[in-house]
Design a protein around this ligand. Structure first.
Ligand SMILES: Nc1nc2c(c(=O)[nH]1)N[C@H]1C(S)=C(S)[C@@H](COP(=O)(O)OP(=O)(O)OC[C@H]3O[C@@H](n4cnc5c(N)ncnc54)[C@H](O)[C@@H]3O)O[C@H]1N2
Ligand code: MOO
Ligand SMILES: [Mg+2]
Length: 395
C-alpha cells in the first residue's frame, strides 16, 4: 500500500476514535496540549490606545508648529489625565495615550528648550507611533480554533488575553511495548547476542512531547502466548504502540496475535524504512506495530503514528509539509518503496548520511530532515526533493 493511502486510512480510523473527553487545566500546564474549545478574546488587544515610543503625545489639530509645554508625564501602568489643550504629554512606550492626543513623537525628534517647552523638529502625522485599541484583536474574535496544539507562542497568546485556564483534550494513554528477546535496558551488562533497547527511549520521549500519557509496558519476549497476554492486559489504553516482531520471521508474533483476537487493518507499506508497519485492533484496542529497526521506528512513528495520534486529538494539520530542495546527491536505483533518507542541508542542497541502513539510528541524529525519494525514480544532482525537517516532526 502506498504511503499516502496508508496515512489516509490511519487518519480516517483516528477520526472514528477521537479522544473526545476534555479537562480544564491551568495555563502553566497547557503547553503541548490541544485546545478542545476555541480561544475567544474577552477583551480588546491592546485594551487602550498606547504609545509605541518614548517621547511626547500631542493633538495635531491643536498644534500650530510652536513649542509646547509639558502638562503631564505618563508612564506604562498609569492612568493619564485628558490632554490639556495647547500642551503635550511626556509619554513612554506602552503607556496609555491621554484622551485628546492623537500622535506620539519620539524624543530623538524633539528638543527640550531651556524653559521646559518642547520643540518638534520633524513634520508630524496623525496616528504616528500610536498603537490603537483593538489593533491586534477585538473582543469576541476567535484567536485560536479548537484543535490547536499549544506551544510557546500559543501559550504567550493565551496569556495576553488573560486566559488563566484552558479547556484541552485529555492526554491519550499510550502503552509502549518493546518486543525482542535480544533487548536489554541501558544500565545492565550486555550478554551474548544482546543489544540495548533504544526504541523505548526514543518513543517515550517523543510521545511525551506530543502530550501523551505513557504507560511503559517494558520488554516483551518473542513468544506468542506472552504477546497475547501482554496485549490483553492493556485493555484500557487508547493505543498500544509496539516495536519489532512485525515482519515475517519465526519470532514475529504481533500480526499473529492481532489476526487471532482482533483484526489486522494495515500491513506491508511501500515505505523504506518501515515496510512491515502494522495497524490493527486487539480486542478492540488500537495497536500500531512499528518495525523494530530503529530508523524504521523513527520514520514510521514520525510519518504515520504521530499524525494518527494528533488526529485523534482533533488536530487538523498533522504533518509538516516540508519544502522543496535540490538534491546534492545522485540516486541511481529506482525503488518500489518510497524512501525517506536521513539528510542535511549543505549550501542549500540536501546531502544524505552515507549509511542509510534502517538499523542505524545515528544517521538520524546526524540529519536535519528526511528527504523523500518517490517510488520508481532516479535522481541527478539538482533534482527537486521534499525535505521534511526533523525538528518539526519531533515537535
Ligand atoms: N525475510 C524477510 N525479512 C525481513 C523483511 C522481509 O520483508 N522479509 N523485512 C525487513 C524489514 S524491511 C524490516 S524493517 C525488519 C522489521 O522487523 P521487525 O519489525 O519484525 O523487527 P524485529 O525483527 O523484531 O527487529 C528488527 C531489528 O531491529 C532491532 N530492534 C528491535 N527492537 C529494538 C529496540 N527496541 N531497540 C533497538 N533495536 C531493536 C532488532 O534487534 C533487529 O535487528 O525486518 C526485516 N526482515
Ligand atoms: O522497512 Mo525496513 O525498515 O527497510 O528495514
Ligand atoms: Mg523480525
Amino acid at each position: 500500500m502506498p504511503v499516502e493511502d496508508a496515512l489516509a486510512r490511519l487518519l480516517a480510523l483516528a477520526e472514528g476514535a477521537p479522544i473526545s473527553t476534555c479537562e480544564r487545566v491551568a495555563l502553566a500546564e497547557a503547553d503541548g496540549r490541544v485546545l478542545a474549545e476555541p480561544l475567544v478574546a474577552g477583551l480588546d488587544l491592546p485594551p487602550w490606545d498606547n504609545s509605541a515610543m518614548d517621547g511626547y503625545a500631542l493633538c495635531l489639530a491643536d498644534w500650530q508648529g510652536e513649542p509646547l509645554p509639558v502638562s503631564q508625564r505618563v508612564l506604562a501602568g498609569s492612568a493619564p489625565q485628558p490632554l490639556q489643550p495647547g500642551t503635550c504629554a511626556r509619554i513612554f512606550t506602552g503607556a496609555p495615550l491621554p484622551a485628546g492626543a492623537d500622535l506620539v513623537e519620539m524624543q530623538e525628534n524633539a528638543e527640550v528648550l531651556a524653559d521646559g517647552r518642547v520643540r518638534f523638529l520633524e513634520p508630524l502625522k496623525t496616528g504616528q507611533n500610536v498603537r490603537p485599541r483593538g489593533q491586534e484583536t477585538r473582543t469576541g474574535e476567535t484567536v485560536l480554533p479548537a484543535g490547536t496544539r499549544l506551544g510557546p507562542i500559543e501559550m504567550g497568546l493565551c496569556a495576553s488575553l488573560g486566559a488563566a485556564e484552558l479547556v484541552v483534550r485529555r492526554r491519550p494513554v499510550v502503552a509502549v511495548i518493546s518486543t525482542g528477546d535480544e533487548l536489554v535496558p541501558p544500565g545492565q551488562p550486555l550478554g551474548p547476542g544482546q543489544i540495548y533497547n533504544s526504541n523505548r527511549s526514543l518513543l517515550i520521549a517523543w510521545l511525551k512531547r506530543l502530550g501523551c500519557a505513557v504507560l511503559d509496558a517494558g520488554i516483551l519476549a518473542d513468544d506468542l502466548e506472552l504477546t497475547r497476554k501482554a496485549l490483553a492486559e492493556l485493555a484500557d489504553v487508547d493505543l498500544i504502540l509496539s516495536t519489532g516482531g512485525v515482519s515475517v520471521g519465526e519470532a514475529d508474533f504481533l500480526g499473529v496475535a492481532l489476526r487471532e483476537e482482533g483484526e489486522l487493518a494495515l500491513w506491508k507499506l511501500a515505505i523504506k524504512p518501515g515496510k512491515p508497519l502494522t495497524f490493527g485492533h486487539f480486542r478492540g484496542v488500537p495497536v500500531i506495530g512499528l518495525p523494530g529497526n530503529p530508523a524504521s521506528t523513527l520514520v514510521t512513528f514520525g510519518l504515520l503514528a504521530r499524525p494518527y495520534l494528533l488526529r485523534r486529538l482533533g488536530v487538523e494539520e498533522v504533518q509538516p509539509l516540508g519544502f522543496a530542495v535540490p538534491a546534492g546527491f545522485t540516486w541511481r536505483k529506482p525503488g518500489n518503496r518510497r524512501e525517506y533518507l536521513r539528510a542535511r542541508l549543505e549550501n542549500g542542497r540536501a546531502v544524505i548520511y552515507p549509511n542509510q541502513s534502517s538499523g542505524v539510528l545515528r544517521s538520524a541524529a546526524w540529519a536535519e530532515g528526511l528527504v523523500e525519494v518517490l517510488e520508481g525514480t532516479t535522481l541527478a544532482e539538482g533534482d527537486t526533493l521534499r525535505f521534511i525537517p526533523l525538528s518539526e516532526l519531533q515537535a
